[in-house]
Design a protein around this ligand. Structure first.
Ligand code: F6R
Length: 251
């Protein structure tokens, strides 16, 4: 039996409001205890309404992120931070420039680490997550291949942060943003499934009819490495927040 549940909302914005208020509550209650919160963050189109709502909570409701440490799931290999499509740029443009997370608390894998140094860089990323106390909360989207992070089909359940070859479907989905598939990187560094599954709470967001069949596979299909999101079925505190279109094949 799957441990993983789902909630259906009228719109992405409605889901984002509920999730941002939950995360805001976690941040505030930890701040009250003088403790840090460690958030695992995602990029892509899906989290944008959530990031807009977090920025609004900061701007209009005084939510401070001064006790927050962030770790992003992944970064394209070959892109310097300042590249328009790097996840470093994405996170700053869409969230980090609008809140008060201390710059030293922001962690993303490097897209420019020399190939020979990638294993050490990945081991260091894992060590930094551990030293921060582990991920309190991990935000996820889902790719058409069923990937979480960039854990493409074939990624073992116990995989750790590493270099990964991007699936052609994932590269095609990224092609418009890069102005053609030829410009899309072929590799990335991603947290592993094992890294993600150690988070104490996980929320996967998915919107729109294009995600409906992979959402069904992830929640109702067999648990195996062909759909890395299916591993969430075995997590004791993971939930999918969906709009009606993405949930259409579940109900
Ligand atoms: C992003 C990530 C990916 C995306 C997924 C969905 O950091 O790791 O797993 O969440 O590819 O992307 P969008 O949201 O653009 O549909």
């Amino acid at each position: 039996m799957s441990l993983c549940n789902f909630r259906v909302f009228d719109s992405p914005e409605a889901a984002a409001r509920v999730l941002a208020s939950e995360v805001g509550e976690l941040i505030r209650s930890r701040a009250g205890e003088g403790r840090q919160v460690v958030l695992g963050l995602a990029t892509g189109n899906t989290p944008l309404p959530f990031y807009r709502e977090l920025a609004r909570l900061h701007r209009e409701e005084g939510l401070s992120f001064s006790n927050v440490t962030t770790f992003n799931l992944d970064e394209y290999l070959g892109l310097p931070r300042e590249h328009a499509e790097s996840y470093w740029t994405f996170m700053h443009r869409n969230l980090l420039d609008h809140i008060d997370v201390p710059a030293g608390n922001v962690n993303l894998p490097s897209g420019t680490v020399p190939e020979a140094d990638i294993p050490a860089h990945c081991a260091d990323y894992e060590a930094r997550i551990r030293e921060a106390g582990g991920l309190d909360f991990q935000l996820l989207g889902i790719g058409r291949t069923g990937h979480i992070g960039f854990n493409e089909p074939g990624s073992p359940k116990d995989s750790r942060t590493r270099r990964i070859h991007l699936d052609e479907i994932t590269r095609q989905d990224a092609a418009p943003a890069f102005g053609g598939i030829g410009n899309v990187p072929t590799h990335a560094v991603t947290m592993g499934c094992g890294t993600i599954l150690e988070a104490r709470r996980i929320v996967l967001l998915a919107w729109g009819s294009k995600k409906a069949s992979i959402v069904r596979e992830a929640l109702r299909g067999p648990v195996n490495d062909q759909v890395s999101a299916s591993f969430l079925q075995e997590h004791p505190n993971a939930v999918f927040y969906l709009d009606r279109e993405a949930a259409a094949e579940l109900i």
